[in-house]
Design a protein around this ligand. Structure first.
Ligand code: CMP
Length: 143
């Protein structure tokens, strides 16, 4: 079954949005298979956002994502990668539709509340960066 990596960013944790965000994915029907509240070390942040290394906002991005606790999650379900992206909304909250997480709660392109893997390759890579295999659980969820 497909898995994805989602993370409530420091702004979302500070604004008490963890429960609301978990609730949206649970209510949709996805299964939470791993989670941790953590402050991301600099090195992990640079690895996670490695594809943005050359962008002018890279330093700002790393500073922000390491500025306070994040809530890192592994979610499982059919087409969870694409559906979670839809539920998150566009990267820039200005473009994100109402009803999406960023549309409802996002403030700026940097402080946009949540990160989610954009492809099966990035999901595998990001889950591997944030979770050890043994930290991901396997269980049967009741519908
Ligand atoms: P995320 O999905 O975490 O992946 C990369 C992040 O870069 C993105 O969300 C945005 O929060 C951030 N980002 C994109 N463009 C900018 C920008 N111009 N300035 C600051 N951050 C940005």
């Amino acid at each position: 079954m497909e898995k994805t990596f989602l993370m409530v960013k420091p702004d979302g944790v500070q604004r008490n949005l963890v429960g609301e965000i978990v609730n949206r994915f649970e209510s949709k029907g996805f299964k939470l298979v791993g989670a941790k509240l953590m402050v991301i070390p600099n090195e992990l942040a640079e690895q996670h956002y490695g594809e943005h290394k050359e962008r002018p906002f890279f330093g700002e991005l790393v500073d922000f994502i390491t500025s306070g606790p994040v809530f890192a999650m592994a979610w499982e379900g059919e087409n969870v990668i694409a559906i979670a992206r839809e539920m998150m909304g566009k990267t820039n909250p200005v473009d994100a539709a109402p009803g999406t997480i960023r549309g409802d709660y996002g403030m700026t392109v940097g402080k946009n509340v949540i990160h989610g893997s954009d492809s099966p390759e990035s999901a595998e890579r990001e889950l591997g960066l944030f979770f050890e295999k043994k930290e991901l659980t396997s269980y049967t969820k009741q519908d």
